[in-house]
Design a protein around this ligand. Structure first.
Ligand SMILES: C[S@@+](CC[C@H](N)C(=O)[O-])C[C@H]1O[C@@H](n2cnc3c(N)ncnc32)[C@H](O)[C@@H]1O
Ligand SMILES: *[C@@H]1O[C@H](CO)[C@@H](O)[C@H](O)[C@H]1NC(C)=O
Length: 330
């Protein structure tokens, strides 16, 4: 379950109708094969997909499959070939294709990507669905109680990175407001750019802040919160060295490294949660598969926090990945 994104719909275009193209004029499929071959010879992972993404991007499409036959058969211009070469050279240095293109899709949002800001992973899309489901469940309960108030949940995101989670939630929950916090200026800047790109600035506040055990006072004026969501750094420190070269060379490792037990930031979030959440408010976390048990033990050892582990949800690879933790009312 790693970041390859835009899902590997990358099967080669079998039988493209260009058999009569003159050999010296390079068409898109020719160029894709050429760079695939270069990538393979240089040991670059996902050689075919990388090449397809780069060529499609330069031709103004998101996937190779979505190129129409006209674009597939037309010889590329010198400018296009040069652009492809420039991008491919970055990929040859193991730069993730998301940074090479400078943009990537998360759910149906097209987001700017820039190193070293964490690239949103496909499994995180399921975290959004869990919150949307919980919100609509709460709405149904309220409606059946004949409340007429329009729900406008307040959501805190700890560690917004590129803004992927915050922006998705703003789109999927139309009346929601989000406070998006990140300790890195590069992340806060990129979230801001993506917010404006998608014209969602009216319902979000972005805060450059390093969340710690003392952050409640600073964050509470935007609350109390209905939800706290985070895809925190959760990789166990000892696992950091075995990450892919793409990650180790280009991504901010602080965005991934969760300390010895991967729980450094998780513990901060859970400690802050009772004072930031409304009664029955929820924390949704993406975690390592070893964390559900560790977090449950930790919550048992901290009963004063009044937090209950409500549910553990699996990711699309079947690994326990998402925690729903709820605040009990006193
Ligand atoms: C795994 S990334 C997630 C980024 C984004 N939410 C996503 O899912 O694509 C974790 C983010 O948390 C930020 N972060 C880590 N510790 C933090 C802290 N104590 N306070 C605020 N942000 C923090 C990092 O800078 C990084 O952007
Ligand atoms: C954030 O705070 C932690 C201590 O909680 C500190 O170790 C770290 O260096 C700080 N990071 C930034 C970017 O300020």
């Amino acid at each position: 379950c790693r970041a390859s994104g835009r899902s590997a719909r990358g099967a080669a275009a079998g039988g493209w109708p260009c058999a009569l193209a003159r050999p010296r004029l390079m068409t898109a499929p020719d160029v894709v094969s050429y760079w695939q071959n270069v990538f393979e010879k240089n040991g670059i992972p996902e050689a075919r997909e990388s090449s397809e993404y780069i060529v499609s991007f330069v031709l103004g499409a998101k996937t190779f499959q979505s190129l129409d036959s006209k674009k597939l058969c037309a010889p590329l211009t010198a400018v296009q070939q040069e652009q492809i070469q420039q991008l491919s050279c970055k990929r040859l240095e193991r730069m993730p294709v998301q940074y090479v293109l400078g943009e990537w899709d998360f759910q149906d949002l097209n987001l700017k990507m820039r190193p070293p800001v964490f690239i949103p992973r496909p499994e995180t899309e399921d975290l959004i669905s869990l919150i949307v489901e919980e919100e609509s469940r709460k709405c149904e309960a309220k409606n059946s109680a004949l409340s007429v108030a329009i729900p406008s949940p307040v959501i805190l995101e700890v560690g917004c990175g590129s803004g992927a989670i915050a922006l998705s939630l703003l789109c999927k929950i139309p009346q929601s407001r989000v406070l998006a916090v990140d300790k890195e200026e590069t992340a806060v800047d990129l979230t801001r750019e993506n917010v404006h790109r998608l014209q969602l600035q009216d319902r979000i506040h972005i805060l450059h802040h390093n969340v710690s055990y003392g952050s409640a006072k600073l964050l509470l004026p935007w609350g109390p919160m209905d939800f706290i969501v985070s895809n925190p750094p959760y990789v166990f420190h000892e696992d950091m060295a075995s990450l892919d070269a793409e990650i180790l060379r280009y991504e901010d490792l602080d965005a991934l490294d969760g300390g010895d037990d991967g729980m450094r930031v998780i513990k901060i979030i859970l400690t802050l949660a009772p004072s930031l959440l409304k009664d029955s408010g929820s924390v949704f976390l993406e975690v390592d598969p070893r964390h559900p048990d560790l977090v449950e033990d930790w919550l048992c050892a901290h009963p004063d926090l009044l937090l209950t582990l409500r549910a553990v949800h699996k990711d699309f690879c079947g690994k326990p990945r998402f925690l729903h933790i709820q605040k009990r009312s006193r």
